[in-house]
Design a protein around this ligand. Structure first.
Ligand code: ZN
Ligand code: ZN
Length: 359
């Protein structure tokens, strides 16, 4: 991972290439002209490198798709076998030559298979990190900082007010409630890719070994995760009778918390696992009795620590609260700019709250 010093603090790069020539924002997404590919394109392109399988980053309809095997599997689960013309799985750390650049994937710690993409040419190193978090998650490989000249970071929780805390404490809170109300079902709203499985894994790590019930919409992805991490006994909620659901934990997509589906459960306690639950008004708005602050995105401390760990002298900020992070970088003497990329965050499950934070 060691890189020769290829830039100096004045921002002049040795070698001939400027970062914007290596990676440039376009309406289809970040484009690498010398490598003839896009990163997480929002429109169909000939060759796409995909950081992870959330639907705002991984869309169907591209020509060739390069990603980790897990990301490709998850895209196949969601979109069917014909989601791309061709696919190429890439292992973490494996260098791949694409035209005039070398790319490699490095763990992002966001969801199963998630990767940061390192793009190298003429000694210049640019990392597009997709979404990432730097806290332990039993369901995926931990985030690995990659030394680079330019680091591209998301900013979903890019405000100092966001500090997620320890997810294990949130799980303890949930288990206390289950202990207090053994006759009630606990329904946990959790996004279907990543969060749902992480909540199950965290419950298992906390010693909860009863069957966990799943809404049908989270079943396929959870069964796939279960090939990679032990999730214990899983049952479909629709197959259970009401008496079994007293005292049970049920994982469902957030939208199911308030729809007809939830009425079948005995006197349910509604919980929601999301970084947005830090904002109490948001939990109240949604009628959430038990907010669980569990996020698959870095909080403010995580974002700033990751930026520092890369050693990058230039930071590009995409989707989320871009301005605050750009400002923070500049106060640290780093060159920084918002990319104002369109199309990210809308479908990324956990980024749903973005509209209320956008400038
Ligand atoms: Zn994501
Ligand atoms: Zn995202």
């Amino acid at each position: 991972m060691s890189s020769a010093v290829v830039n100096n603090r004045s921002g002049a790069y040795l070698g001939s290439m400027r970062p914007e020539e290596l990676l440039t924002p376009t309406p289809a997404g970040l484009c690498c002209p010398p490598g003839s590919f896009h990163v997480d394109p929002v429109r169909p392109v000939a060759r796409a490198l995909i950081t992870h399988a959330h639907s705002d980053h991984a869309r169907p309809g591209h020509g060739a798709v390069l990603a980790t095997a897990e990301t490709l599997d998850l895209m196949r689960l969601r979109y069917g076998d014909n989601f791309a013309v061709s696919v190429q799985p890439i292992r973490y750390g494996e260098p791949v030559r694409l035209d005039r650049v070398t790319v490699s994937l490095h763990p992002a710690g966001h969801v199963l298979g998630s990767a940061q993409i390192l793009i190298e040419a003429n000694g210049l190193r640019v990392v597009a990190s997709g979404d990432y978090k730097d806290v332990a998650d039993p369901t995926c490989r931990p985030f690995e900082p990659v030394r680079c000249d330019v680091f591209i970071t998301e900013a979903t929780f890019g405000l100092p007010v966001f500090r997620h805390g320890d997810p294990r404490a949130e799980i303890e809170k949930l288990l206390r409630s289950v202990g207090l109300f053994p006759e009630r079902a606990h329904m946990i709203g959790a996004y279907s890719l990543g969060k749902a499985q992480r909540v199950v894994a965290l419950l298992r790590a906390a010693g909860y070994d009863w069957p966990i019930y799943l809404h049908g919409a989270v079943e396929a992805i959870t069964r796939y995760y279960a090939n990679h991490v032990d999730l214990g006994e899983l049952r479909l909620a629709r197959d259970a009778d009401r008496s079994n659901l007293a005292g049970a934990i049920v994982i469902c997509p957030p939208a199911a918390l308030n729809d007809r589906w939830s009425r079948r459960f005995p006197d349910p306690v509604t919980a929601f696992a999301s970084g947005w639950m830090r904002i109490r008004a948001r939990a109240r708005q949604r009628g959430i009795a038990l907010p669980l602050v569990i996020s698959d995105h870095s909080d403010w401390d995580g974002l700033t620590a990751a930026i520092t760990a890369t050693g990058a002298s230039e930071i590009w900020v995409t989707h989320g609260a871009e301005e605050a992070l750009v400002y923070w970088c500049r106060t640290r003497g780093l060159a920084a700019r918002p990319l104002h990329m369109i199309g990210y965050g809308d479908e990324d499950p956990e980024s749903e709250g973005i509209e209320s934070h956008a400038p």
